[in-house]
Design a protein around this ligand. Structure first.
Ligand code: NAD
Length: 482
């Protein structure tokens, strides 16, 4: 293994070996100040093919490894992630910029996927039945899909990788993984822990690369690859779905969001603010589940804005290493996108009611901002903001509010805060979203099915469903003499 320091893996990982990528190196920069975190090996399509060679060679052995052994590898990795929690959190903060508290929470969340799927790996499920006409028996079983290509985004560099690796390995699949080129280091560090836990050669292969499109195309067109599991933008997801159609690949897609956050007139405002702060500002608003648009009942809007605004103004913004609540955005482009949406909303009549202060100078900072008098059809409501801005739309009529909430092609997460659980569930059932936080601002849980409706995705991660994404169903029709 080559590394800048003992704790940083920076190479392509293929067939159990760390090796230089064919395209030289690219740089990973800290978005807090633009400093170099590490130079990383840049993998090519040839590296991608070598990764599939290794994954295909390892598949028969891994698929037939007893589930208990697969489970124990995952369980050991869970424990090693917790042992190295601080180092991993520091690495996440360095390459992604998120606050250390958020990074620590991500490590714990990411590690839980290894524990959860260690437990699921040994719960093999099947069925045995008598055919209705008699004369035969039906035995239903499951087998690993095969070599799985995994592609992950930059906003949760640990959790998006473990949410795919753990169920894939639990199911008996082998994998080729491309982490986001902005944040490949955390994934490589986790894979190093998997090696320490006893990962057999070829079961996990990682190809960091700046050549995302060509590399992933190599995988999608390789007849040995049977599955693509992607997390990222809807736009790239659509491209991969089109490519995957060529070989009728098994696909799982975790795509963009545009989460509504609904507050009814009888809501407990302290609870609403607490949930809103989590749903909006975790990771600086750069979460697919981030509350993107707030629908606040007109009767309580002023009181909510006052309390929410006061909490926002208290947020400290700055480098994670200095212990701030909110870090930088991922890039200069991200800052330009967020400020463009805010400027447009203001030009259309919205008002900045509250704002925190953000550092000026180096680093990609945008100040946490509360926007009021936002038009329901404005661009900031219709688009995924992916930054620390909370636009408030008010409502009085529930049916009209629900129409606005569902007037989007996205359907990942939603939040409903209400004084009465029955009312909250009544509204939740009418929202077209895969996950609804009821009186809370966090929906992610490794034991629950994470995923979206409409253009937010296909399939689920976490829960039993996350394992099933990596399994094929097979049945045997067995002759049974009368
Ligand atoms: P992205 O789509 O730009 O990139 C995701 C991954 O795809 C990265 O590894 C990237 O290098 C790769 N990629 C980019 N172009 C590609 C191409 N043409 N072919 C193959 N691979 C390509 O997304 P991002 O900016 O990294 O992440 C932000 C987006 O991800 C947001 O829309 C967010 O909502 C979404 N997201 C969704 C979930 C979820 O679970 N639904 C979770 C996190 C993020």
């Amino acid at each position: 293994m080559t590394s800048n320091s003992d704790s940083v893996c920076r190479d392509v990982f293929v067939g159990g070996d760390w090796r230089a990528g064919g395209a030289g190196e690219f740089e990973v920069l800290n978005p807090a100040d633009g400093s170099l975190v590490s130079a990383i090996s840049d993998g090519t399509e040839a590296d991608g093919t070598a990764a599939v060679d290794a994954a295909a060679a390892a598949l028969p052995g891994w698929a037939s490894t007893p589930p208990r052994e697969r489970s124990e590898l995952l369980r050991r990795t869970f424990e090693l992630m917790l042992r190295d929690r601080e180092e991993l959190a520091a690495l996440i903060s360095a390459e992604n910029g998120k606050a250390l508290a958020d990074a620590r929470a991500e490590v714990a969340y990411a590690a839980e996927f290894f524990r959860w799927f260690a437990e699921e790996a040994v719960r093999s499920a099947g069925d045995y039945g008598v055919a209705p006409a008699g004369g035969s028996r039906t035995i239903v079983t499951h087998k690993p899909v095969g070599v799985a290509a995994l592609v992950t985004p930059w906003n949760f560099p640990a959790a998006m990788a473990t949410r795919k690796l753990a169920p894939a390995l639990a199911a008996g699949c082998t994998t080729v993984l491309k982490p986001a080129s902005l944040t490949p280091l955390t994934t490589l560090a986790i894979v190093r822990l998997m090696v320490e836990a006893g990962l057999p050669a070829g079961v996990v292969n990682v190809v960091p690369s700046k050549r995302s499109g060509p590399l992933v195309s190599t995988w999608l067109t390789d007849p040995r690859v049977r599955k693509i599991s992607f997390t990222g933008s809807t736009e790239v997801g659509q491209t991969l779905l089109r490519e995957a159609a060529g070989r009728v690949l098994n696909t799982s897609m975790e795509l963009g969001g545009n989460a509504p956050f609904v507050i009814t007139e009888d809501a407990d405002l302290d609870l609403a603010v607490e949930a809103a702060m989590v749903a909006k500002f975790r990771g600086g608003g750069q979460a697919c589940t981030a509350a993107n648009r707030f629908y606040v009942h007109a009767d309580i809007a002023d009181a909510f804005v006052e309390r929410f605004g006061a909490a926002i103004e208290k947020l400290s913004v700055g480098p994670a290493a200095e212990g701030h609540d909110i870090g930088p955005l991922i890039s200069a482009d991200a800052v330009a996108d967020v400020s463009g949406l805010v400027d447009k909303a203001v030009a259309d009549g919205a008002r900045i009611s509250h704002r925190a202060t953000a550092p000026s100078g180096t680093g990609f900072y945008y100040p946490p901002t509360l926007l009021v008098d936002v038009k329901p059809d404005s661009a900031i409501v219709a688009n995924e903001i992916f930054g620390p801005v909370a636009p408030i739309v008010t409502w009085t009529d529930e049916a009209e509010m629900l129409r606005m909430v569902n007037d989007t092609e996205m359907g990942l997460a939603a939040y409903v805060i209400s004084g009465e659980l029955g009312r909250a569930l009544h509204i939740s059932e009418r929202i077209d979203a895969g996950m609804v936080g009821v009186n809370r601002g966090l929906v992610s849980d490794p034991s629950a099915p994470f995923g979206g409706m409409k253009q937010s995705g296909l399939g689920r991660e976490g829960a039993r469903a996350g394992l099933e994404e990596f399994l094929e169903t097979q049945y045997f029709a067995v002759h049974w003499p009368a």
